[in-house]
Each structure stands twice: as C-alpha cells, then as structure tokens.
Design a protein around this ligand. Structure first.
Ligand code: NDP
Ligand code: GDR
Length: 366
C-alpha cells in the first residue's frame, strides 16, 4: 500500500504537535499549515522539524490561514491529502467574547472554506476529513453525562462558531457523501497546553511560586467542573476515527469530572503544598497551609497564593461538563493511557523544570 499523506491545519498548536508526531511515527507524509507571525510560532514542533534542503523530508510546513480560501484550495490541489485534520481555530473561549466576528470567521467559515476547497479540487470522494468539535457545544447542559445524542446549547461565540463547523461537516457528509467525522472532544491538556488556559496557568503559576519567581496566582471561577484528559490520548482517538470504514461522530472524554479548585489542589499536592481556602466569592483566597520546603524554597507558610480576579469570569459560563465516551470505546477500541493524577504530575514536572531554568538564569544575572 502506498504511504498516506495527511494535511494538518493548526499544526503549531497543542493538538497539532501531538498529532504530527503520531502520524510521522505511523509512516505518513505530513503537511502542516502554519500562519505567518511576527515571531517564530513553531516551538511545539521544532523537535520534529525537517530541513527542506534534506532529501526525502516527511514533514513539510506551508503558510496559510483559515480566512484565506485561495490558499486553502491551492494547498488541497498541491498536496491531495488522503486525510485532512482541521485543528486550526481561535480556541480560547474567553477571548471569543472579545473577538466574536474573527472567531466565527476562522472557526465556522474556515471549516466551510476547507470543505469547499476539498470539493473544488475533486477530493470529495478521495480525502477523509476530521473536524475538531468540542464539549463547549453542550454549554448549558441538558443531560449528564453528555454523549453524541445530547442536545447542544453553546454559551460563547466560540461555542456557536464551533456549532456551525460541526453541522457543516455533518451536512457535507449527508449532502455529498463525503467522509467527514466530528470528534466531540472534551478538555484535553498537556505540558504543551497554551499558557492562558486554566490548567497550564495553574501549573506554571504553582511552579513559579514554588521557586519564588511569582507571588500569587489570579483566577476566575474555581467551581467550574470539567472532564480533563491528556492531549496525547485524544489525538490517538482522532486518528482512529479516520481509519473506520464509515464516517461518524464520536465523543472523546475521560468520564470523570473535577473542578478548577480540585485541579489546583492536585497540582499543589504534586509539589508538596497543601492549600486552604477562606472567604467567599470574589474575596476568597487560597493560602499555603503546609509545604515541603525542600521542594518549594520560594514559599512561606501562610502565604496567599490564590486570589480571585473578576476579569477572568465570563459573560456566560459553562458550569459543568462530563462526557460519555462509550461509543468511542466500543467502536474505536479507544482507551486513555493517562489518568487525572498522571496528567497533573506531568504538567507540574514540566513547568517546574522550566521554572528552574528561569530561576538559574535570574540567579546568574541574565
Ligand atoms: P491551540 O490554540 O493550541 O492551537 C490552535 C491552532 O490553530 C494553532 O496552530 C494556531 O496557530 C492555529 N490557528 C489559529 N487561528 C488560525 C488561523 N486564522 N488560520 C490558521 N491557523 C490558525 O488549540 P488546541 O491544539 O488545544 O486545539 C486544537 C483544536 O481542537 C481547536 O480547533 C480547538 O478549538 C479544538 N478543541 C480543543 C480542545 C482542548 O481541550 N484542547 C477540546 C475541544 C476542541 P498559532 O500557533 O499561530 O496560534
Ligand atoms: P475552556 O478552558 O473554556 O473549558 O475551553 P479554560 O481552561 O479556558 O477554562 C476552563 C474553566 O476554568 C475557568 N477558569 C479560568 N479559565 C481561564 N482560562 N483562566 C482563568 O484564570 C480561570 N479561572 C477559572 C473558566 O471559567 C472555565 O470554566 C477549552 C478550550 O481548549 C476550547 O478550545 C475547548 O473547545 C474546550 O476546552 C473543550
């Protein structure tokens, strides 16, 4: 069988980097679309970068943008991918309230542009298409746990844009017989998670405070509950979806829920810190109750390390998400390798390592 060719939009993001690694390991030729930025934006894939001057490179990067139909069509015509993974998005829920039109353009219309580019290039019967759909579609939840049949009620411009993308992928499957799959992915994290999502903000903040590089962490809603998994596990599921005989939609989740506060406590415990909370609402604070001073030389007993900043509350919140991934487990044979504790530990260790490097540089005056 000839080698498979894949195109990943959003290859420079958290998920794109894990998926590219996986596909390269499976023997694919991988093409990734990156957008132009004023500074380098490839740090998550630098370790798999291949110099285009070398012979027979298996990873090729192309400039492009989800708002640029002509380039999407050009890439499709040149690459003629067997599999297309649409991971590119303005993916921050809170930011989507500030940039609703841009978010709709990239996340909703961008998906349509990609599907149309497939059709225009005659790939509608050739290529398989994956759409990164999201548990944010459920928003104001109508049923717990959420599965593929749970009604949607998005709560942000991001969620609404992703609702369009979900349905346009379904519509092109039904209307044109295209192989399009939606992965309804619940939150998934890793050491490569963007720094402004709550998990990474917490692990980076704790690591920095442990070494005395930061005094306090400002957060929003500590009661929000999420079903958090590891991005590496979720990208395995995404790949498996496109290997099925028939295209379908699947929920991917851990089937386990934790609050933001739980996540913080678990990560603090990984550093030997016990946090106790006092006060209510926006006046609530989290203090160091006890700590292992050998692991956390920068902390003081009683130090306030968590404060609430109303800026991080959203105009409409998604309070609680819990997935039911039984269809994916049954039909894809998918099961995760990482549990919640593994995830927290891996993220804390990675951020502690980075904080130690920074502390060393500062110590030597750099
Ligand atoms: P990231 O924010 O880490 O990555 C998003 C990627 O999209 C980056 O490569 C980014 O480029 C790229 N991108 C953003 N805007 C554009 C644009 N206009 N044109 C081209 N590329 C663009 O997200 P994740 O890796 O976490 O998520 C991947 C996908 O999965 C997203 O669609 C997200 O909405 C969805 N999703 C994620 C979940 C999660 O928990 N992580 C859960 C459910 C769905 P750059 O690096 O230059 O910013
Ligand atoms: P989410 O992730 O909105 O679920 O979207 P995020 O980590 O941003 O928020 C999770 C929950 O934590 C609460 N929260 C805070 N969030 C941020 N970012 N910063 C804070 O300081 C903070 N304090 C509390 C939030 O209110 C929220 O309830 C992610 C993204 O990856 C989407 O692209 C994806 O579709 C969904 O997960 C599934």
């Amino acid at each position: 069988m000839s080698e498979k060719v894949a195109l990943i939009t959003g290859i420079t993001g958290q998920d794109g980097s894990y998926l590219a690694e996986l596909l390269l390991a499976e023997g694919y030729r991988v093409h990734g679309m990156k957008r132009r930025a004023s500074s380098l934006n490839t740090s998550r894939i630098d370790h798999i970068y291949q110099d285009p001057h070398d012979k027979d490179t298996r990873l090729t990067l192309h400039y492009g943008d989800m708002t640029d139909s002509s380039q999407l069509a050009r890439l499709m015509a040149e690459i003629r991918p067997d599999e297309i993974y649409n991971l590119a998005a303005q993916s921050h829920v809170a930011v989507s309230f500030d940039t609703p039109e841009y978010t709709a353009n990239v996340d909703a219309l961008g998906t349509l542009r990609l599907l149309e580019a497939m059709r225009q290039c005659g790939l509608d019967k050739h290529s398989r298409f994956f759409q990164s759909s999201t548990s944010e579609l459920y928003g104001l939840v109508k049923q717990t746990p959420q599965n593929e049949l749970t009604p949607f009620h998005p709560r942000s411009p991001y969620g609404v844009a992703k609702l369009y993308a979900y349905w346009i992928a379904v519509n092109y499957r039904e209307a044109y017989g295209m192989y399009t799959c939606n992965g309804i992915l619940f939150n998934h994290e890793s050491p490569r998670r963007g720094e402004t999502f709550v998990t990474r903000k917490i692990t980076r903040g704790l690591a920095a405070m442990a070494l005395g590089l930061q005094d306090c962490l400002y957060l929003g809603n500590l009661e929000a509950r999420r079903d958090w998994g590891h991005a590496k596990d979720y990208m395995r599921a995404v790949h498996q979806m496109l290997q099925q005989e028939k295209a379908d939609d699947y929920v991917i989740a851990m089937q386990e829920q934790h609050s933001v506060r739980d996540f913080l406590q678990e990560c603090a415990a990984a550093l030997g810190i016990m946090v106790e909370f006092e006060g209510e609402g926006q006046d609530e604070i989290g203090r160091v109750k006890s700590m292992d001073a050998t692991l956390t030389p920068g902390l003081q007993q009683g130090q306030i390390i968590v404060r609430i900043d109303p800026r991080y509350f959203r105009p409409a919140e998604v309070d609680s998400l819990l997935g039911d991934a039984s269809k994916a487990r049954r039909e894809l044979g998918w099961k995760p390798d990482y549990n919640f504790t593994d995830l927290c530990h891996e993220m804390v260790e990675s951020d502690l390592k980075q904080a130690k490097q920074l502390a060393l540089l500062r110590h030597h005056g750099y």
